[in-house]
Design a protein around this ligand. Structure first.
Ligand SMILES: Cc1cc2nc3c(=O)[nH]c(=O)nc-3n(C[C@H](O)[C@H](O)[C@H](O)COP(=O)(O)OP(=O)(O)OC[C@H]3O[C@@H](n4cnc5c(N)ncnc54)[C@H](O)[C@@H]3O)c2cc1C
Length: 350
């Protein structure tokens, strides 16, 4: 593989001198499906594990972007909601009790003389790991913020709806024209007192069938409208929405605004880790090794010829990454650890 791109060579970075808060065999960066499965598999291989995710909920895209969508193409599971698969993956990941640090982003990387690593987190923790598996998906994703009323974030203005029951009985304004906005409107219609969806264009970008469902639902659709002002005291109480064409302003009483305006995803600090990158993805070989020894990547972030971004693909890559990391840390170990179904291999069977 060619030389890593960008960033000062790892060897030249002065590592922090204090003792680490966690000292493990493997650090997994990202608690999406690939990272959660890697955590399970590393535990199965008797490796000690820390998992980091900058989001406060596990599940990656499943939990943050489409918790209420049904997934049909995970092997052996005919149909499952995004949030249910995230919950099952989390449960499986916890089988061997990894340290799960949610709300902690991976920040700076330092390579030590013995080939192991120190990683700082955005929350000030220091982690020592013999190997790293990067399962950071599309990177740190942050929602595009509503241009007005940002002072109400967390007080009636939100960007995620992990649990629709939280908004039961409320008057809700959903903002946006993509899949997330339309899905949120349809999902919330079932529990809310009322749902209004506004979008600044006439046409929706969402899946056609979902838009048809929306038009047939009780959701009030306002296009081409934008939120022009947000009112409230402790929490949001009303908004002004403005017709983009006529400039007509209407005031709506609302309890909650759900802004689904899409996400900005960026590699963030990982881009400085010295790994070879290709269009914001990490280049790996067939062992899922990156260009930095003992750092592996799996899931959406990993790139190689013929790559397909699917949950099922991420699972396979995670198992390959873990098994190769196990051998890199301890060459006396076998690459193939045997099957989980072998007698005495699984803790629930002991
Ligand atoms: C609307 C939609 C529908 C989809 N439907 C399907 C489907 O039906 N079937 C299917 O197979 N796939 C589907 N996908 C794709 C699937 O969700 C992804 O392939 C999968 O989530 C990738 O998993 P991952 O673990 O690689 O990454 P992600 O799910 O993106 O998780 C990565 C995690 O890493 C974290 N992270 C990133 N950077 C850092 C950092 N520096 N420090 C700490 N944490 C970090 C992020 O916060 C995130 O939680 C869909 C995607 C979308 C958007």
């Amino acid at each position: 593989m060619s030389n890593p791109r960008g960033a000062a060579p790892l060897e030249h970075r002065e590592p922090p001198q204090r003792s680490p808060d966690h000292d493990v065999d493997v650090l997994i960066v990202g608690a999406g499906p690939a990272g959660l499965y890697a955590a399970y598999y590393a535990g199965f291989r008797a490796m000690s594990v820390v998992v980091l995710d900058s989001l406060t909920e596990p599940g990656g895209q499943l939990a943050a972007l489409y918790p209420e969508k049904v997934i049909y193409d995970v092997g052996g599971i005919p149909a499952i909601l995004g949030r249910e698969l995230a919950a099952d993956l989390y449960k499986q990941a916890m089988t061997y009790n990894p340290v799960m640090l949610l709300g902690h982003g991976a920040d700076q990387l330092f390579r030590l003389d013995d080939g192991s690593f120190l990683v700082t987190t955005t929350t000030g923790l220091l982690i020592h790991a013999k190997a790293i598996i990067v399962t950071a998906g599309i990177g740190v994703f942050t929602p595009r913020r509503l241009p007005v009323g940002q002072e109400y974030e967390g007080r009636g203005l939100r960007y995620f709806v992990p649990n629709p029951q939280e908004l039961a009985g409320k008057r809700i304004l959903v903002v946006g024209g993509g899949d997330s906005a339309v899905d949120y409107a349809l999902m919330l219609e079932k529990v809310a007192a009322s749902v209004t969806l506004i979008h600044r264009r006439h046409e929706f970008r969402a899946h056609e069938a979902s838009v048809e469902q929306l038009r047939a639902s009780s959701v009030r659709i306002l296009t081409p409208y934008q939120v022009s002002a947000v009112y409230g005291d402790d929490r949001v109480t009303a908004v002004d929405v403005t017709d983009h064409d006529t400039k007509h302003v209407e005031r709506l009483d609302v309890d909650e605004i759900v802004a689904a305006l899409g996400f900005v995803a960026e590699l963030g600090p990982l881009a400085e880790w010295g790994m070879e990158l290709r269009q914001r993805h990490i280049v790996v070989d067939t062992t899922m090794a990156t260009s930095v020894p003992r750092i592996y990547a799996a899931g959406d972030i990993a790139d190689y010829p013929g790559k397909v971004k699917l949950i099922s693909v991420g699972f396979g890559e995670a198992a390959i990454a873990v098994n190769n990391a196990a051998v890199a840390i301890d060459p006396s170990k076998k690459l193939f650890p045997g099957h989980s179904s072998d007698p005495d291999r699984h803790p629930t069977e002991r």
